[in-house]
Design a protein around this ligand. Sequence first.
Ligand SMILES: [Zn+2]
Ligand SMILES: [Zn+2]
Ligand SMILES: [Zn+2]
Length: 92
Amino acid sequence: MAAVCEHIDHIQVTELPEQIEGCVDCLKTGDRWVHLRMCHECGEIRCCDDSPNQHATKHFHASSHPVMRSAEPGEVWSWCFVDEVAFRVVAD
Ligand SMILES: [Zn+2]
Ligand SMILES: [Zn+2]
Ligand SMILES: [Zn+2]
């Protein structure tokens, strides 16, 4: 993989949890989400920018964890908030 993202060393977690309940922040407040993302640094699940609360983006700003991946079934792309580039961390 070309060096499109300079934050590869932030990637601690690559595989999704076996069970995903939903966005950890939406679950606390009873809000809804559209799609789910997983933080590659802490492994927590949060909601995408199509969701009303955009918790994945808020998590990036709050924690400076720059890279997340899709937590949707069959989706393996990852996204760096800093470099604003999509790439693939996980092999098939
Ligand atoms: Zn990056
Ligand atoms: Zn959320
Ligand atoms: Zn995180």
